[in-house]
Write a protein that binds this ligand. Structure first.
Ligand code: FES
Ligand code: FE2
Length: 368
């Protein structure tokens, strides 16, 4: 055994190269005082294959569900202006002519592909910034700046669109297959507040829509107790609605009519402390697997604006709290229609609804 020279350092000189802050942090890390050494399994446990049929993701095979999707807040596009937004894995523009009506069209100019969001609005037309070709509300090129005749193919894709409850909406298709629901009161009889939630949700809108027919989670996660009545479920081609009378675990009564429309909208007509309010969560499809959520809150005007406003804010906070209970689950899950039980029968029905749901992408060649 070699004898240690008294002048030789006890440890390697490499230790001198470790920055003192790093050395300090390493010293501060805990040691395992009683490390566990135990083997539970020698072989992996592999569950039997689950046979649930998947629901196609948005964008699978280049197709998207044919639903109404919110594109932006109505306030984001002023009269005479144009803004660009991501939609269906492509780009669209929302613009308002001098009459104030909003239009949703493909973003890219058919001439050489400049994005119209760099252009401007002239009267009732949108003008490309590059060579100043102008497009009307029918999407057609009405004139070129240089005087050449516009080719017939110089045309934007014009989405079926509308403005309602503070949002600009576009339908993924040639013709809408259903109507966005209205609250039971006329617009002028309601005080409405519409907000865009700040964070995108990393799931398709339909995944969030599955919350509504997911009766188990309403009882467990949201702690609302009621007796499910399958005969109460009103299935239509593009929607589901049902009503329930129950109570929160706090004892407060809950009397709700809830539903999903298409693959992108949660609808609720409910009472809090005996007073009606309406609530929607429209879900924008920014790109596959990425959703922009909005919230629309409506209360009836009573003539006491301050009290109406206070009630509206109270309802909004209640809903933000309930939606917040779902948020951290939605942001971390890998959603799959997996192993269902008897209490999941409404959810199972919605999975079938989703598998059969019409899918298309007629704007694909224009917005990408
Ligand atoms: S690219 Fe738009 S007018 Fe030429
Ligand atoms: Fe929920």
């Amino acid at each position: 055994m070699a004898k240690q020279n008294d002048e030789q350092p006890a440890t390697s000189t490499a230790i001198d190269a470790v920055p003192p802050e790093l050395a300090e942090r390493l010293r501060a890390l805990p040691v395992l005082a009683s490390p566990v050494d135990h083997m539970e399994q020698k072989r992996a446990i592999v569950p039997a294959a689950r046979r649930a049929e998947p629901v196609p993701a948005e964008g699978a095979d280049g197709l998207f569900t044919q639903s109404w999707f919110p594109i932006c807040l109505a306030t984001e596009v002023a009269t005479g202006s144009i803004q660009g937004f991501d939609f269906l894995d492509g780009r669209v523009v929302v613009w308002r002519g001098e009459d104030g009506r909003a239009h949703v069209t493909s973003a890219f100019c058919p001439h050489l592909g400049a994005s119209l969001e760099a252009g401007d609005v002239v009267g009732q037309r949108v003008r490309c910034a590059f060579h100043h070709w102008e497009y009307g509300t029918d999407g057609r090129c009405a004139k070129t700046a240089i005087g050449d005749t516009p080719p017939p193919s110089a045309c934007l894709f014009v989405f079926p669109s509308m403005e309602r409850y503070g949002l600009i909406w576009a339908f993924n298709g040639i013709e809408p297959l259903y109507a966005v629901p209205r609250f039971p009161l006329a617009a002028e009889k309601m005080l409405i507040k519409t907000i865009a939630l700040p964070d995108l949700m990393p799931v398709d809108p339909w995944v969030q829509c599955c919350n509504t027919p997911d009766i188990q989670h309403i009882k467990t996660l949201h702690r609302i107790h009621f007796d499910e009545d399958a005969s109460n479920m009103q299935w239509r081609d593009h929607s589901l609605m049902y009503e329930f009378e129950g109570f929160f675990d706090s004892g407060t009564a809950a009397s709700w009519q809830v539903g999903v429309f298409g693959t992108s909208l949660y609808y609720q007509s409910a009472y809090l402390d005996g007073r009606w309010f309406g609530f929607m969560v429209p879900m924008g499809l920014v790109r596959p697997g990425m959703t922009r959520n909005y919230m629309v809150l409506a209360v009836e005007k009573t003539g006491d604006t301050a009290a109406d406003r206070e009630f509206l804010e109270q309802c909004l906070l209640t809903e933000v709290g309930i939606v917040g209970e779902d948020t951290h689950i939605m942001t971390s899950m890998r959603f799959r229609p997996g192993t269902l039980t008897r209490s999941d029968r409404t959810l199972g029905h919605y999975f079938k609804f989703l598998r059969d749901y019409p899918r298309a992408h007629p704007s694909a060649a224009f917005i990408t």
